[in-house]
Design a protein around this ligand. Structure first.
Ligand SMILES: NC(=O)c1ccc[n+]([C@@H]2O[C@H](COP(=O)([O-])OP(=O)(O)OC[C@H]3O[C@@H](n4cnc5c(N)ncnc54)[C@H](OP(=O)(O)O)[C@@H]3O)[C@@H](O)[C@H]2O)c1
Length: 245
């Protein structure tokens, strides 16, 4: 139980990778707040499971892309748990399709959620994190390579995650707050089901021959959140079964 006494905020924690991260941080002893937009029942399930394991839990209905979302979420967490030690920026979407179909709204929405939100959530968190706090953002292996067409917007937004991670690491190093990004490859969630036709087409490109389980991404986040990762900052950890190798 490496995170006993800590409090964490995981954006987009009602399903998929975020839900796995929330459960794992709670299993390590942390109190955990999650945000979600539409899946209230799923968020409640995650909260109930965390409470059953003995930790405190909170679900916050909040659009991460809203300009004040970071400040609101951090204030709710501090109000409920009395502190915030770990921020995990996870909420995301997967815009994809032909270049000519990308709209200005698509661009604004994606950049607001994948770039502006992690920056504003981190800014709000930095105001309350103790020395040695943690900020972890979920990027993508598609930040480093773009292996097929139709993902320009998504790849660009996740490349920006790597950039803001490096900048924040510099900004917050004097307080020993570490800032890192985890870059999953194909991970079996509702965003990217392992049993879809797209998945079957991409499987030959994965040296380990399968999609990741969300728990495998959560394990990396738990490592970065823990004391053993105190010297890891400003970097990206790609977990993609060798896809980008
Ligand atoms: N799955 C993959 O293959 C893969 C690979 C690389 C990177 N990633 C990244 O991993 C992260 C999680 O992906 P996932 O596969 O777990 O996706 P998912 O299964 O679609 O779950 C997305 C989560 O984000 C929440 N969310 C979406 N928009 C939000 C918003 N505007 N404000 C607050 N919460 C919001 C959803 O809440 P609701 O339930 O309320 O909708 C849900 O909890 C994303 O950043 C994604 O880009 C995923």
């Amino acid at each position: 139980m490496s995170l006993t006494g800590k409090a964490a905020l995981v954006t987009g924690g009602s399903r998929g990778i975020g839900a796995a991260i929330a459960r794992r941080l709670a299993a390590e002893g942390a109190d955990v707040a999650i945000t979600y937009t539409s899946s209230a029942a799923r968020a409640a399930e995650v909260v109930d499971a965390i409470k059953a394991s003995g930790a405190r839990a909170l679900a916050i209905s909040l659009d991460s892309a809203a300009p004040d979302a970071g400040r609101e979420a951090v204030a709710r967490v501090v109000d409920e748990f009395g502190r915030l030690d770990i921020l995990v920026n996870n909420a995301g979407i997967f815009p994809n399709g032909p270049l000519e179909e990308i709209s200005v709204d698509d661009i604004d929405r994606t950049l607001a959620l994948h770039v502006r939100a992690p920056l504003l959530f981190s800014q709000a968190a930095a105001a309350v994190l103790p020395d040695g706090g943690r900020i972890i953002t979920i990027g993508s292996n598609l930040a480093d390579r773009t292996p097929y067409p139709g993902i320009t917007l998504y790849s660009a937004s996740k490349a920006a995650v790597a950039g803001l991670t490096r900048g924040l690491a510099r900004d917050l190093a004097p307080r020993r707050i570490t800032v890192n990004a985890v870059q999953p490859g194909n991970t079996d969630t509702e965003m990217n089901p392992a049993d879809s036709a797209d998945a079957a087409a991409d499987l030959p490109n994965i040296p380990l021959g399968r999609f990741a389980h969300a728990d495998e991404i959560a394990a990396a986040v738990a490592y970065l959140a823990g004391e053993e990762a105190a010297y890891v900052t400003g970097t990206t950890l790609t977990i993609d079964g060798g896809y980008n190798a």
